[in-house]
Design a protein around this ligand. Structure first.
Ligand code: ATP
Ligand code: MG
Length: 141
């Protein structure tokens, strides 16, 4: 059994571009304080930032969670909807439903989810239209 060393939850609101990146910044700070290896912090920062921005842009709001055990870093998210219709399409590089105004802010390249999968050791995405989306990403320590 792995031992839970740290757990924190960060609410993330829909369209809250003013606070965008705050949850990821807190996650990064915590990992530094816990003395986690720099490369693991870098990978966790990539996945947590992409995940947070997706909650802001695509979801109706939700939360992120950081758990650190003696074996792994777990970043997860759950949101209130609208869910993802076609997960394999959403996982494709370059596929995005982002609006023009979101693209003008520099998001919407369709690279977030593939990037998240690439930078973690385990990636789980559960989603259904009408329900919400849940993502669990694990990085081994
Ligand atoms: N939490 C979510 N809720 C609903 N749909 C989502 C969620 N996260 C991702 N999606 C859907 O999956 C698509 C692909 O996501 P991905 O992060 O790869 O690209 P993007 O956010 O559109 O662009 P980028 O991440 O490059 O700025 C999104 O355009 C959106 O349709
Ligand atoms: Mg994205």
């Amino acid at each position: 059994m792995s031992e839970l060393l740290y757990k924190e939850i960060y609410p993330v609101d829909k369209d809250d571009f003013v606070r965008a990146g705050e949850a990821s910044a807190k996650i990064k700070r915590t990992l530094k304080q816990l003395g986690v290896d720099a490369d693991k912090i870098r990978r966790t920062s990539v996945v947590s930032y992409e995940c947070e921005i997706n909650l802001i842009i695509h979801s109706l709001g939700g939360q992120m969670c950081l758990e650190v055990t003696d074996e792994e870093i777990i970043v997860s998210s759950s949101d209130k909807g609208p869910g993802i219709k076609d997960i394999s399409l959403a996982m494709k590089e370059g596929w995005s439903t982002a609006s023009d105004s979101v693209r003008e802010m520099g998001f919407g390249a369709g690279m977030g989810l593939p990037n998240m999968k690439r930078h973690c050791d385990e990636f789980i995405l559960n989603s259904a239209p009408g329900a919400g989306t849940e993502i669990v990403m694990k990085i081994k320590i």
